[in-house]
Design a protein. Structure first.
Length: 313
């Protein structure tokens, strides 16, 4: 099922109420400050701005690999199935459901697997690292050990900004494609900005499919500035790390146990996910549950002014 978080309209329709805190996604609720020039709106996106963003991304991700700018990591996920003739795809699961959905929609035979090692032998193997929603994380060495055992190893690093030590972006190239999201860590998901890094021919094919203006001028401008702002990234990583533990303590007080998580979301075993979601919804807090689990509930981290509401439930 292609179910997603962020469906706050469904929460309002079901439970009523005008004021909600949407914690159903893994998006930083303390966004990078946005200041955009009028020119970025008025003119078609400039090649110079596009190149500046590419260079900023390479610096931020520590890589010189061929890179294509796309409309979010989702844009890359939708393109990956088309870079090769359909065959066998294996996806480490459970995980973000768009990988399997997009592969299946484009003729791939998709097999969910439980371990990284089980990807071996597939034409395309997909791992989300850190994984969503259980927070599983594999080391660089574990991921790179699969290179050559899979036709194309696709590593979705959408939640890797706070844990650069697990990233394999610097190794992207033949047999290894890395996907990165901008909007989650920087709290600007509406900008629809992401990247794919990999073998030059595949990246060029994706760039051709994306067309001459794959993302907006404001996204190019803000993205380049944010990716080079390492002071903000370091401070945000430290804050999110501390607040993840704060949310774990709050969930424990509600009787929930930690399944796992990242700096941007936490997943809990509640015993009854629907009842837990309704408990939060009655207080104007929207969360994420999963059709394949009776107990798991995922919460994004609250914004700075939202903690007091959760802590008085």
């Amino acid at each position: 099922m292609r179910d997603h978080g962020g469906n706050i309209e469904a929460a309002k329709a079901r439970f009523g109420g005008a004021t909600w805190i949407d914690l159903s996604t893994g998006i930083n609720r303390e966004a990078y400050p946005v200041a955009v020039s009028a020119e970025s709106f008025a003119a078609l996106p400039r090649k110079s701005a596009h190149e500046a963003l590419i260079q900023a991304a390479r610096q931020a991700y520590g890589t010189q690999a061929p890179l294509v700018v796309l409309a979010g990591a989702q844009g890359a996920i939708q393109m990956v199935p088309g870079v090769m003739a359909p065959g066998l795809a294996r996806v480490v699961s459970p995980t973000y459901n768009e990988h399997a959905a997009c592969l299946g929609a484009q003729g791939w035979r998709v097999e969910p697997v439980a371990t990284l090692e089980a990807l071996a032998g597939a034409d395309i193997g997909v791992v989300v690292n850190p994984n969503n929603p259980d927070g599983r994380m594999w080391s660089r060495d574990q991921v790179l050990a699969l290179r050559g055992k899979v036709g194309l190893l696709v590593v979705d690093e959408s939640f890797a900004d706070p844990v650069p030590q697990v990233s394999v972006a610097d190794q992207a190239g033949p047999g290894l494609m890395v996907l990165r999201s901008f909007g989650k860590f920087y709290g600007l998901a509406g900008m629809r900005l992401g990247f794919a890094l990999g073998e030059e021919t595949l990246v060029a094919r994706m760039a051709e499919l994306a067309g001459p203006w794959p993302v907006s001028g404001p996204a190019l401008e803000v993205g380049a500035r944010a990716l080079l702002d390492r002071a903000w990234a370091e401070a945000t990583t430290a804050r999110l790390g501390a607040e993840a533990l704060r949310l774990d303590a709050l969930a424990a007080a509600w009787g929930w146990s930690l399944v796992g998580g990242t700096h941007l979301f936490r997943t809990y075993e509640t015993g009854d996910a629907r009842a837990a979601q309704e408990f939060l919804a009655r207080h104007g807090i929207w969360s994420r549950i999963f059709p394949w689990s009776k107990g798991w509930l995922r919460l994004g981290l609250p914004g700075l002014t939202e903690w007091s509401h959760l802590e008085t439930l």
